[in-house]
Write a protein that binds this ligand. Structure first.
Ligand SMILES: [Zn+2]
Length: 131
């Protein structure tokens, strides 16, 4: 279950909004409601708890260790995300020249550094299809 602020607009498959799904996307204001609903559904489906104390502790530690608590590093992280998003929006060459599908930065730099593509960007499929 992943929670986003209400400032976001979800453009995802409707399956991700269903309580029966194992991957759910919710707004922050819905989070506790969704957790309670999910727990109720799981209690009906499973007689025994799905996780023991040890599992819960492992998962808790994984999240706890991944959380960025240093405010400087957190600010750098947010800045990096924002500059990536801006670059994608303003750079019209980040899509395949043929099918117009968006490509990753890795694919983009591979194509641009490869002379046979003549400065054009192609998705994996069209890199093979054209050459
Ligand atoms: Zn393509």
């Amino acid at each position: 279950m992943v929670s986003f602020t209400k400032r976001c607009t979800f453009k995802v498959d409707i399956e991700y909004r269903k309580i029966v799904s194992n991957e759910i996307i919710v707004y922050d204001i819905e989070l506790s409601e969704f957790i309670h609903r999910k727990v109720s559904v799981l209690k009906i489906q499973h007689k025994e708890p799905l996780l023991n104390e040890n599992d819960i502790s492992t998962i808790y530690n994984a999240f706890s260790n991944a959380n960025i608590t240093d405010s400087t590093i957190r600010a750098e992280h947010i800045h990096a995300i924002k500059s990536n998003t801006t670059a994608e929006r303003t750079n019209p060459r980040s899509t395949c020249s043929i099918c117009k599908k968006p490509v990753s930065d890795k694919v983009k730099s591979y194509c641009l550094s490869n002379k046979k593509f003549n400065g054009k960007i192609y998705c994996y499929e069209h890199q093979k299809a054209v050459f």
